[in-house]
Ligand binder design. Structure first.
Ligand code: PEP
Length: 244
């Protein structure tokens, strides 16, 4: 169960969040819990999550280790904060910052090389769904973005299916629509990496997940977890999503 805080919260707000969130998930041993926070909150979040099962992630990375790349943050820098996960290819990065599938592959490889778990996001835009191109888009994002990984590398990633039309819009994909897309992705995993890997692959659903709809989404065997934006900012609502 992963949260994506996007560009919200200062370190002080991060501390307040964890004070409330920690006890709510202290007994939640049924899943892994990840909070992806802004770079400036990572250290505070890692410290606040010490001795708990909560893991901390970043939301982006640059693939070079260091160098003249003003404004960028590398994987060793993220790792040095104690964070263990990183989002790659979130639709907001693709949409507003021109992130391509080729960049997604480079970032995924860099994350793995620094022992970070990449949560790689894929998903179609509304017009692509309406023109019946969902499968085509998912296959393309898969083949250009992650199918370049070796099997050993692929086994260490998590995929998040996030239909762009459902992110921050209040429009959740129905559990059936989400499960159908997950199946499309899993089919590609099976073709490229085999049946075992396809069965083991964790695919999260993201897009307006709330305490009210998480149960029906998680009831789909195809959905292994959720990636939560807006509702992860509030400790009580993210806590009830984790404990669905
Ligand atoms: C996200 O940011 O990944 C996301 C799914 O956002 P929201 O839950 O707000 O739709």
């Amino acid at each position: 169960m992963a949260g994506n805080w996007k560009m919200y919260k200062t370190p002080a707000e991060t501390s307040t969040f964890f004070e409330k969130f920690r006890p709510l998930v202290a007994g939640s041993t049924h899943c892994e819990i990840v909070v992806s926070a802004p770079f400036t909150d990572l250290q505070t979040a890692v410290e606040a999550a010490l001795s708990t099962r909560i893991q901390i992630g970043a939301q982006n990375l640059f693939w070079e280790k260091e160098g003249a790349f003003t404004g960028e943050i590398s994987c060793p820098m993220i790792r040095s904060t104690g964070a263990t996960h990183v989002l790659v290819g979130h639709s907001e990065r693709r949409q507003y910052f021109g992130e391509t599938d080729e960049a997604v592959l480079k970032k995924t490889l860099a994350a793995l090389a620094s022992d970070l778990t990449p949560i790689v996001c894929v998903g179609e835009r509304l017009e692509q769904r309406e023109s019946d191109d969902t499968e085509l888009v998912l296959i393309e994002q898969f083949s250009k973005g992650i199918a370049g990984l070796e099997a050993k590398q692929f086994a260490r990633i998590v995929i998040a299916y996030e239909p762009v039309w459902a992110i921050g819009t209040g429009k959740t994909a129905t559990p059936e629509i989400a499960a159908e897309a997950h199946q499309m992705i899993r089919n590609e995993v099976q073709k490229r990496y085999g049946e075992d890997q396809a069965a083991r692959m964790r695919i999260l659903y993201g897009g307006s997940v709330k305490p009210e709809n998480v149960k029906s989404l998680m009831a789909q065997p195809e959905i292994d977890g959720v990636l939560v934006g807006g509702a992860s900012l509030d400790p009580v609502s993210f806590g009830s999503i984790v404990n669905y």
